[in-house]
Write a protein that binds this ligand. Structure first.
Ligand code: ASP
Length: 399
């Protein structure tokens, strides 16, 4: 599968670059693939969480798992942000950068969610509406409640519901595996489309935005190849390289689709079936991670905000930089797992430290490619988290 996806990627770049006229004829295959992933994601998350939590039997282990998961997410996102902060202060990509690249941001919804709105959004007033709109956090919340209270009802009903949701989850996983078979085709169409849309634009801006891109990419690389593997090795006593190989399909899909949510079905499949994390752990950590744990996005938010400040010649002192760190963390938690969500959330940071919102126009041109990279890092961190948490719970894994 990995090889097929890699070949699909190479062919897609060639087709998108040299034969852009052909792309409209097959792009629908990519849309079909994305639709299929989005179709499965809510029922998959829902059934997976309910069956995972009922199998834990509620109570203590559930609370401990929750605490560990949230702590891992906060700590790794902070590590990522600090990596970005150090690099952007050292390299200063925005000092003396070309302002002529600024673009208008018409059509981009500029207001991000406030922290209060994020919290309020967790408890849905209508869970079916939340499902229909693909809002992941409220669905996770409802599924957790359902799973928890199933383990608190009478023996007979508990058995019936547990078996029902186990079976429901099994069949969702089967459908997921069926959809995964089409990954190379889907990726080919999506990437060819992206390349044909952006190639000229990208080459042109890459020169002048070079240093900014270098800082983001270097930060992402450091986080993905040093920080996270070290944590996996030290805190999880697992083999990060082996785990990375197991994760290639979801990582390449995250790269191609720029969406952690759409990639979630593949992430769950790889983490459970390749790396051996039991469902009772991955069912909770992965959907939550795809929504609130975005290390790549957090790092990018911080670098982008600092870059904008540097370009406008606005001095950001230590205190202000700490506000950038905190708001970058909140923005990454609030960003949805969909393409370009992180770009919009930068407004939170910019307004917190009084930077001009139009600054977003500066980084718009190269957002697409950075989105692909940061989404892969987001998914990689979720998967490492599952492994680490499973190991610290005493599970035997394949990595
Ligand atoms: N596209 C990212 C994701 O789905 C979010 C972002 O835009 O940073 O993980």
């Amino acid at each position: 599968m990995h090889w097929q996806i890699l070949i699909a990627l190479v062919l897609a770049v060639l087709a998108g670059y040299f034969l852009p006229v052909s792309v409209p004829y097959f792009y629908w295959i990519g849309e079909l693939f994305l639709n299929a992933l989005k179709m499965i994601v809510i029922p998959l998350i829902f059934s997976s969480i309910v069956s995972g939590i009922t199998s834990m039997g509620g109570g203590r282990s559930f609370g401990r798992l929750g605490l560990k998961t949230i702590s891992y997410y906060m700590v790794t996102s902070l590590f990522a942000i600090l990596t970005g902060l150090v690099l952007v202060n050292l390299i200063q990509p925005g000092v003396g950068a070309d302002l002529g690249l600024s673009r208008s941001v018409d059509g981009l919804k500029l207001e991000g969610l406030s922290f209060k709105e994020i919290i309020l959004g967790i408890v849905p007033s209508n869970v079916f509406q939340a499902m229909a709109e693909g809002q992941v956090l409220p669905v996770i919340f409802f599924a957790m409640l359902l799973g928890y209270f199933i383990s608190r009802i009478g023996e007979q009903s508990k058995k019936t519901l547990t078996r029902f949701f186990d079976a429901f989850f099994d069949v969702m996983m089967k459908i997921t595996m069926f959809i995964i078979k089409f990954t190379p085709l889907g990726i080919f169409a999506i990437v060819a489309h992206e390349v044909s849309n952006n190639s000229e634009n990208l080459l042109q801006v890459a020169g002048s935005m070079g240093m900014y891109m270098v800082v983001v990419v270097a930060g992402l690389l450091i986080h993905a190849t040093i920080t996270l593997p070290l944590l996996t090795r030290l805190a999880g006593r697992a083999n990060p390289l082996k785990h990375f190989k197991n994760m290639l399909t979801p990582l390449l899909t995250a790269f191609s689709t720029s969406s952690s949510s759409a990639t979630l079905p593949l992430t769950m499949d790889a983490v459970e079936n390749n790396s051996g994390v039991p469902n009772k752990i991955s069912s909770f950590t992965l959907p939550l991670g795809a929504t609130i744990n975005m290390d790549g996005t957090a790092l990018y938010e911080c670098v982008a905000a600092m870059f904008i400040a540097q370009v406008y010649g606005i001095d950001i002192g230590f205190g202000q930089q700490m506000i950038v760190v905190i708001t970058a963390l909140l923005a990454s938690i609030g960003a949805a797992g969909i393409p370009m969500a992180g770009l919009v959330m930068i407004t939170i940071i910019l307004s917190a430290v009084n930077l001009p919102l139009e600054g977003i126009g500066l980084i718009l041109a190269v957002d697409r490619i950075l989105d692909m990279l940061r989404t892969s890092v987001n998914v990689w961190s979720d998967s490492c988290g599952s492994v680490i948490i499973a190991k610290t719970e005493g599970e035997e894994l394949k990595v």
